[in-house]
Design a binder for this molecule. Structure first.
Ligand SMILES: NC(=O)c1ccc[n+]([C@@H]2O[C@H](COP(=O)([O-])OP(=O)(O)OC[C@H]3O[C@@H](n4cnc5c(N)ncnc54)[C@H](O)[C@@H]3O)[C@@H](O)[C@H]2O)c1
Length: 251
């Protein structure tokens, strides 16, 4: 059995699908104990069952401060401590500035940005108690590059990097804080994003072809980087936003 995260207790949000699921699965395979966070009861319970006694599912909405508090309490209650927080939950909130309903703007900021503040707020006092703690934010290349109909998404992801860097400064050397910035990855969210185009399949194919490496990312590509960044191998990395995008930002 691989042991890169042996004795580490983690929270993974957005763990019931896409990249969060791949990350949670990878962390457990490396010996970690993981609190899985997600909204879908059925998918969460089934993943927890699949991963076995080292996984525990708590359903809820990350935009609510009290749910984030509960996630931290659950990690302590169930596994005794907290070492790593991997924040993946996110939505697109599509629509241009003049059309985007106020409620959707607010909801996107709450889920993609405020939730990072909430979970960090409750997790940091626990993370500070242990050696080798870290926080990992799943941002996006949308933090650097603008896409039509993504004003809330781009703004929230850029904000998440500013928060990441600020927390890296504030909580060093005890806690490392980093972000990953994926390009197009084959997940339900990418296909939702493609619905903004007349021909979603072609839009996704175009995204794949535009990458230098001529393919979409796989959730496991992202999980490999996430594992590296939270592991001891990255012990001199903090305050960094790493792109993982098949080269699309350079295309
Ligand atoms: N797929 C891509 O191409 C891509 C590219 C760059 C960044 N990202 C980011 O990666 C992260 C993971 O997305 P994904 O692509 O794996 O998509 P996904 O839709 O499979 O996963 C998103 C997860 O977030 C959860 N979530 C959404 N709102 C929530 C809420 N209010 N409370 C709790 N959970 C909530 C969903 O249930 C889902 O499990 C997101 O933050 C997304 O912005 C995705």
């Amino acid at each position: 059995m691989s042991t890169k995260l042996k004795h580490k207790v983690c929270i993974v949000t957005g763990a019931t699908s896409g990249m969060g699921k791949a990350i949670a699965t990878s962390f457990v395979s490396q010996g970690a104990q993981v609190v899985l966070s997600g909204r879908n009861e059925e998918r969460g319970s089934s993943l927890a069952k699949e991963l076995g006694e080292n996984a525990f599912f708590l359903s809820g909405d990350v935009s609510l401060p009290e749910y984030n508090d509960q996630l931290v309490k659950k990690a302590i209650e169930h596994f005794g401590k907290l070492d790593i927080v991997s924040m993946n939950a996110g939505i697109l909130g599509l629509g241009n500035v003049t059309d985007l309903p106020l409620e959707l703007w607010k909801n996107t900021m709450d889920i993609n940005l405020s939730s990072l503040f909430y979970l960090s707020k409750y997790a940091i006092p626990e993370l500070q108690k242990n050696e080798g703690s870290s926080i990992l934010i799943n941002a996006s290349i949308a933090a650097f590059k603008s896409f039509p109909n993504h004003p809330a998404y781009c703004a929230s992801k850029a904000g998440s990097l500013a928060l990441m860097r600020q927390m890296a400064v504030e909580y060093a050397p005890k806690i490392r804080v980093n972000a990953i910035c994926p390009g197009p990855v084959d997940t339900p969210l990418l296909w939702d994003s493609a619905k903004a185009f007349q021909e979603p399949k072609i839009a996704v194919q175009n995204a794949a072809n535009t990458t230098l490496l001529k393919r979409l990312g796989k959730p496991t590509d992202i999980a490999n980087l996430a594992l590296f960044l939270v592991s001891e191998e990255a012990s001199w990395i903090t305050g960094t936003a790493m792109t993982i995008d098949g080269g699309i930002l350079n295309a």
